[in-house]
Every structure is written in C-alpha cells, then in structure tokens.
Design a binder for this molecule. Structure first.
Ligand SMILES: *Cc1c(COP(=O)(O)O)cnc(C)c1O
Length: 426
C-alpha cells in the first residue's frame, strides 16, 4: 500500500476548505527528488534539467523547481510565456516543439531560448519567420551575424536503429525528429548560415524504467556528436537526452535507479566524449514525469455505489481530471485513507461521470469495501494529470493545491467555475 503524505483526518480538513475533487502536490517530496536528480549527474559540469512544462504547467511548481536551477522545456506559446513569467528566460528555456507555428519561433528567439528543431525544413522556416518580423536581415553580413551567439539544436530520431518503448512507440513510427542523414544536412546548413553554438537532442522513450535504455540513448548521442564533429568540423556544447524517465505506477514496479543512470552515462561520457577529445560537453535532460509524477495526487470522493453486472464506485472526479487511464489504459494506484488496513475487500470499476464508458480510473480493482462519502486518493497524478484536463461534458477543471514542507496547504490554482466555462461564448 502506498504511503501518503497525509492521513484521513488531515485530508478531511483540507477537503473542508477545498471541496473535492482536487490535485495536491507534495512540495517536500518534489524538493527531495530534485536534489537527488541533480546529485546523480553532478559529475557533469553544467548538467541541467529542463523541466517539461507540459507535465505540470503551474508557475508555483516551476518556481519550486527553479530553486534547483531547473530550466523550462517548452513546446508552445503558453509554455514559453509561463517560463518567462517565472523568470526562466534565455538559455534557461529549451524550446523543443514540433509542427511549430512561426510566431512561436519568434517568441523563442525574443526570449533568447535554445531552439531545438524537429525537422530539417524548420531551419529555413525559422529564418524566414524571423526575417518577416524584422528580427534578422534577409542577407546576413559577415561579422555581424545575430545567429552566431545563439544556441541551436536538432532533434534526432534514430528510427530502426533504436528499439521501441510502450508509450512513445517505435522511433520509426514517431512523428518527431530528423533522420540520421538529415542531421548532417541540418547542422551543415546552420553552420553555413553562421551558427557557432550547437547542441543535439533525442527523446526516444517515455515512462522508461530500464536504466540501460536511458544510458544507451546518451551513448548513441555521444557517438553521433563525435561523428558530426569530425565530418562537419563543429563543436557541441550540450547533449540533451530528452525526458522519458519512468516512475513505478504499478505496485510491482520499482523506481528507476537514478544513480545507476548517472554512473552509466558518466562511464559513456568518459569513453566517448572525454576519451574522444570532444571537450566539455554539458549533459541536459528534459524530464517531466519523474520530477513531479509520484508527488501529486488526485483526491476525490465516492459519490455513488452501484451494483449491476459489476460493482461500480462512482467518484466526483472524472477522466477530465486525469485522462491517463482512459487514454492509454494506464494504471494508477488507488488508496482509501482510513481504510489502509481494511481486511474486507471488494472488486470495483472506479468511474467518473462522463458519458463515455472509458471514464474509468480503475477496472476490476480490489479495494477496501467502499461507502458513499469515502475519500479516494489516486496516486502518481503529479505529471500529465491536471495538465491533460479538459472540459468535455461540461466538466470543469479542478483546483491544484500545494502541501508545503511545514504541512500547510496553499491553493495554487482555483477550480474553474461555470463563468469560466461560458467565458468564451460570443
Ligand atoms: C513530453 C516530453 C518530455 C517530458 O516527458 P516525460 O515523460 O514527462 O519525462 C520531454 N521532452 C519532450 C520533447 C516531450 O515531448
């Protein structure tokens, strides 16, 4: 049984002030985990984690992570603006987008972000977008090149050269990134346009719990940096191994050994970067899930119990508060505070109220015998949880709360109201 940072009495006290459903994040646990992540990679001078904003796009969470000098990995206008508002600008932003609109490239440029290109055609598209709004001249004069001080990156998709992973799929079926050949063309085009500062990126896994898979990604990129350097004569400032480090959603899974990932990448670095004389290359990553995922909870209450062909526990939350189970059949552990040690159990489908039969948080799950009004805590909702929320069926997005180190609770996003829902109608 999962250990929660609150007991039933505490949770009832919180729920008296903030009605269910709500998401609550454990600040202390997020800080401890951030410290641990940094330490695992402290052997690399310049190591930086760029928190994937999409996982938990709340400025209070981003500010908390900024205490550890985490940057922001952004992929949309709103995420760029969020980063800007929390004071992450310049190279504290990694702009890893795809199918990118011109105005987002311009915003990233204006913020001084590191721009990570998803496709070989995006480089000319980017130059054209900047030129159209007067950020760069049509013809760049020798010596006064505004591109030369900026840091640019390409996203590599190894295709069949790397095996697949359940959530993100096989690399050759993924829409992201450059092929291997395109990488050489892309970097050459940038170099010829006067770019002098380069990085490389790949994100080929999602929710990966095998340390070797992450280490292999780093190894693949280090080798590629060596080849790009020797063929194109360019130097690399960083290697960004992307996000995708997993968390143990299921009770039989173990957390990934971050220290082993750190040591494995350190060994690969010694061999392929230091050993190959490639200079001081910084290691970057852009994890979301493993930074906040285990430290956020969706708290809900049993609204109805229904006994038909199955037993159903209907909650006051629905998949609009946490979409992962419906979207990918994801497993989320469910704890019933106050009944942690219950000996009597029953098998339930735990549902929300959407008019969609896949609105289920759990299917045929063994739980303590439930009663109406019981508080139910859905674990591991701290990343890609509230963030994926939507308003289908007129369901409003819930509040987000922060459980501070001293046990106090702070509202960091209020719940939506009907006025919010109707606000965009003309
Ligand atoms: C989603 C995403 C991340 C974060 O992934 P996690 O699984 O949350 O670590 C990082 N980078 C890119 C480009 C992404 O799309």
């Amino acid at each position: 049984m999962r250990k929660l940072p609150f007991d039933k009495a505490k949770l009832e006290q919180i729920a008296a002030e903030y009605p269910t459903p709500f998401h609550i994040y454990d600040a202390k646990a997020i800080r401890e985990n951030a410290r641990r992540l940094k330490k695992a990679f402290s052997w690399n001078k310049g190591f930086r984690e760029y928190f994937a904003v999409k996982a938990t796009p709340n400025p209070e969470i981003m500010k908390l992570l900024k205490e550890f000098d985490f940057g922001s990995d952004c992929s949309s206008m709103a995420e760029l603006v969020l980063a800007e508002r929390v004071g992450n600008t310049g190279e504290a932003i990694m702009f890893t987008s795809n199918d990118t609109p011109a105005e987002e490239f311009v915003k990233a440029w204006d913020l001084g972000a590191i721009v990570n290109f998803d496709d070989v055609t995006h480089w000319p598209f980017f130059l054209d977008a900047l030129h159209r709004v007067g950020r760069i001249p049509a013809a760049i004069a020798e010596g006064a090149n505004p591109l030369s001080s900026r840091l640019f990156c390409c996203r590599y998709n190894p295709g069949p050269l790397k095996g697949g992973n359940a959530i993100i799929g096989k690399p050759e079926e993924a829409k992201y990134g450059f092929t291997r050949d395109q990488l050489f063309d892309g970097y050459a085009a940038m170099r010829d346009a006067g770019v002098r500062r380069f990085g490389i990126h790949a994100m080929v896994a999602s929710n990966e719990l095998d340390p070797d898979y992450i280490v292999d990604t780093a190894r693949m990129l280090f080798e590629l940096v060596g080849e790009l350097h020797s063929r194109l004569g360019i130097d690399f400032e960083f290697v960004n191994i992307g996000g995708g480090i997993g968390i143990p959603y299921r009770p039989d899974q173990r957390p990934i050994d971050l220290e082993a990932v750190g040591r494995g990448i350190e060994r690969a670095y010694a061999e392929l970067v230091s050993g190959a004389g490639l200079g001081a290359v910084k290691l970057f990553m852009e994890c979301g899930r493993c930074v906040t995922g285990p430290y956020g909870y969706l708290v809900s209450r049993v609204l109805h119990l229904k006994n038909t062909y199955r037993l159903y526990a209907g909650l006051d939350a629905s998949m609009s508060n946490l979409m992962r189970p419906a979207l990918y059949g994801a497993y989320h552990e469910i704890v019933v505070p106050g009944k942690e040690n219950a000996t009597e159990t029953s098998v339930y489908d735990v549902t929300g109220s959407l008019c969609e039969n896949n609105d289920k948080f759990a299917i045929q799950r063994m739980l303590p015998v439930l009663e109406r009004g019981d508080l139910v805590v859905i674990c591991d909702a701290g990343a890609h949880g509230h963030a994926m929320g939507f308003q289908y069926n007129g369901k409003l997005r819930s509040a987000e709360l922060l459980l501070e180190d001293d046990g106090s609770v702070r509202l960091i996003r209020r719940a939506e109201t009907l006025d919010d829902y109707f606000a965009t109608l003309v």
